[in-house]
Design a protein around this ligand. Structure first.
Ligand SMILES: NC(=O)c1ccc[n+]([C@@H]2O[C@H](COP(=O)([O-])OP(=O)(O)OC[C@H]3O[C@@H](n4cnc5c(N)ncnc54)[C@H](O)[C@@H]3O)[C@@H](O)[C@H]2O)c1
Length: 275
């Protein structure tokens, strides 16, 4: 058990989208790493949601078997009615909601010329409409709980164009922080803070196809100043920081967690060779 911040989240409840991959015996996503630490640091309970129901149910069962209060609910973040049902069920089960982490996302690596327009639109919709619907759905429950924290997972891709991906991914991720800033301005009077995290390359189910390919994996490692891929726990540290009282004076901010990639080109292993 992590004792880094024992009881930091005493009595609090977190809802996470795109968080089915929470099983400790398998490759975890951002949601999984966040949920375990949140509960070990005093969290009262979690609602994990996703469109992958079988994996999500198994994850929630494992959390309950470990003695935590956890439920899994189906939530396609682009469906307004499903958001309503999930937030109602959360309030019924736990009586409060303090934290929303928007993780759901998809990425089709085809280029602008090759990607199907329907997939392009879906990518945009999950990132942008998804966090809009989620923010609206949780606001009044968070207010009733005495305030809250919303964390939107964008990407370091938000700051750059994309040379290879279909462009919907980086385009949609760029829009997420803009929406976080509007949300921060419009929800501050309810005691709700809204911030964005921009992870770099992190080994999760989302990127496993790249990580498992030695050439793709090395290409990325070589471009990271810290010389390694991120771990889900690295990003969970940022999510939980923004969710916690330590970030009580942060709203409308973005937190870049990319091992230094966005700082520029890395120093070559043999600098003389590149002079
Ligand atoms: N892993 C990385 O390197 C990385 C880097 C930057 C940003 N991100 C972002 O983080 C998120 C991925 O999280 P992860 O790395 O933990 O991977 P993950 O694959 O475990 O999580 C993504 C989840 O989103 C779910 N999802 C897809 N469409 C959905 C929908 N319509 N409604 C609800 N859920 C849906 C998937 O089922 C999946 O479980 C994505 O939004 C991605 O853009 C990932």
């Amino acid at each position: 058990m992590s004792m880094r911040f024992a009881n930091r989240f005493d009595g609090q409840v977190a809802l996470l989208t795109g968080s089915a991959a929470t099983n400790k015996h398998e490759l975890m996503g951002f949601g999984g790493a966040t949920v375990w630490r949140f509960l070990e640091e005093g969290g009262k309970g979690v609602v994990i949601t996703d469109v992958q129901d079988e994996i999500g149910e198994k994850s929630a069962l494992q959390l309950r078997e470990a003695g935590h209060d956890a439920i899994y609910l189906h939530l396609d973040v682009t469906e307004e009615e499903e958001w309503k049902t999930v937030v109602e069920a959360t309030m019924k089960h736990f009586g409060r909601l303090d934290i929303l982490v928007n993780i759901a996302g998809i990425l089709d690596p085809k280029s602008i010329l090759e990607i199907e327009p329907a997939v392009w639109k879906k990518t945009m919709e999950i990132s942008t409409v998804g966090i809009f619907l989620g923010t609206r759905a949780v606001a009044s429950s968070m207010e009733k709980s005495g305030g809250g924290s919303i964390i939107n997972l964008a990407s370091m891709a938000a700051k750059q164009g994309s040379g290879s991906y279909g462009s919907a991914y980086s385009f949609s991720r760029g829009g997420m922080h803009n929406f976080s800033m509007s949300s921060a301005l419009q929800l501050s009077h309810l005691g709700i803070r809204v911030n964005t995290i921009m992870p770099g390359w992190v080994h999760t189910p989302f990127t496993d196809y790249l990580y498992s390919d030695p050439e793709q994996s090395k290409y990325r490692t070589d471009r990271v100043p810290l010389r390694r891929w991120g771990k889900p726990d690295d990003i969970a540290g940022g999510i939980l920081f923004l969710a916690s009282e330590d970030a009580s004076y942060m709203t409308g901010a973005e937190l870049l967690m990319d091992g230094g990639v966005s700082a520029g080109s890395v120093r070559p292993a043999n600098p003389k060779a590149s002079q």
